[in-house]
Design a protein around this ligand. Structure first.
Ligand code: NDP
Length: 331
């Protein structure tokens, strides 16, 4: 990536990908708190590469609400130790491979969610950095038709959408209500339900300015939550996928024998909550849908935010009003 001008000549020397520096720029925090604890450190050690890992030159990263919750110390008990380089989602170029890596090589363009378990021992050296080390099995080759910024926004959200639909037993011909259809996860649940699982009906909630987006993603019914309460409407669904934290209302609109999957907040049976597990094979499975454009990454139009504006990007994410993904690029 680094290109240096030859001294005293017009020659350009392209540094080979194997020339990995020892230090890198990364966002770091050494105490829990609001976005103000984040600092840009210019001399963080490039993480070591395990035998089953690749080192990635990160080109783009994306933020998730869990990055904020983790930084606030909400799951301190199972977190990795401080200081932390935050970030789960990334897209970039492989610059080094561990001895046991089977399918990836230097120069491959990859993307993924780098911590297998989000809450239990997430990586101390995350994706908001110039380099990050990640297990080969957690990443996949980036579809050629999407750029790094678009790719970086996908992994955690699309793996959550996919795992939730699988756990709910979603399948062709079933109906679904997506609560929070314009967010990072919801925008992908709508698309997967419609394009991959062949839902009979997809309904989704959002505020007034986002209803057109819901339709463009494949929702048959767009419910404006500022005007209507979905739980007071007559329709019932085979599956309700709650990304907002409305489990109590969600269970009221599920059909007998149906499933209610929630990502946050409490829920009573038949509702259930789960925490996503990172898995590169899900990205592989969904690749044809991404390559054909049937499933599209949605990057919030306020971004991508440059690497210097990670604090601003977090503040924006934390308004809870993001459309699709808050992406950091270039890095
Ligand atoms: P986002 O920040 O992308 O969600 C923002 C979206 O939420 C906005 O578009 C907003 O739309 C919408 N929204 C907010 N309130 C409502 C409402 N009352 N009704 C409908 N839509 C609403 O979040 P993510 O999609 O990334 O994550 C959603 C939640 O799921 C977070 O709490 C996150 O931590 C959790 N999560 C849990 C995972 C797990 O494994 N358990 C994995 C991934 C996420 P508008 O502006 O129109 O209100």
């Amino acid at each position: 990536r680094s290109v240096q001008e030859g001294v005293g000549s017009a020659r350009w020397v392209v540094t080979p990908p194997s020339a990995v520096p020892e230090k890198m720029k990364a966002w770091v925090y050494d105490e829990y708190g609001d976005a103000g604890v984040l600092k840009l450190d210019e001399a963080v050690s490039v993480p070591p590469v395990g035998e089953d890992q690749v080192l990635v030159r990160v080109e783009a990263a994306a933020l998730n609400p869990v990055d904020s919750k983790r930084r606030m110390g909400k799951f301190k008990a199972t977190d990795s130790s401080l200081p932390t380089v935050p970030g789960y989602d990334m897209a970039g170029v492989v610059v080094k491979v561990g001895s046991q890596v089977k399918n990836l090589k230097e120069g491959d363009e990859v993307y993924g969610h780098i911590s297998e378990k989000v809450l239990e021992g997430p990586k101390q050296y995350g994706s908001l950095a110039e380099y990050t080390a990640v297990e080969e099995k957690l990443v996949a080759l980036k579809p050629k038709n999407i750029d790094f910024a678009q790719a970086a926004g996908l992994p955690l959200a699309i793996e959550t959408a996919h795992e939730g639909l699988e756990r709910a037993g979603f399948s062709a011909g079933k109906s679904i209500l997506v609560l929070g259809g314009a967010g990072g996860v919801g925008s992908l649940v709508i698309q997967l339900a419609k394009q991959v699982y062949e839902a009979s009906t997809v309904a989704a909630t959002a505020s007034t300015p986002k209803l057109e987006l819901l339709k463009s993603l494949g929702a048959d019914v767009a419910i404006d939550y500022t005007k209507e309460n979905f739980q007071d409407m007559p329709e019932k669904y085979d599956v309700v996928f709650d990304t907002v934290g409305q489990g109590d209302k969600a269970v009221k609109v599920v059909k007998e024998g149906g499933s209610v999957v929630v990502l946050t907040g409490a829920v009573a049976p038949p509702g259930f909550r789960f925490v996503v597990t990172s898995d590169g094979s899900v990205l592989e499975k969904l690749k044809p849908y991404l390559e054909s454009g049937k499933v599209k990454p949605i990057v919030d139009p306020k971004g991508p935010f440059p690497f210097s504006q990670v604090v601003e990007a977090f503040s924006y994410l934390e308004t809870g009003r993001a459309t699709g993904k808050v992406v950091i690029s270039p890095i």
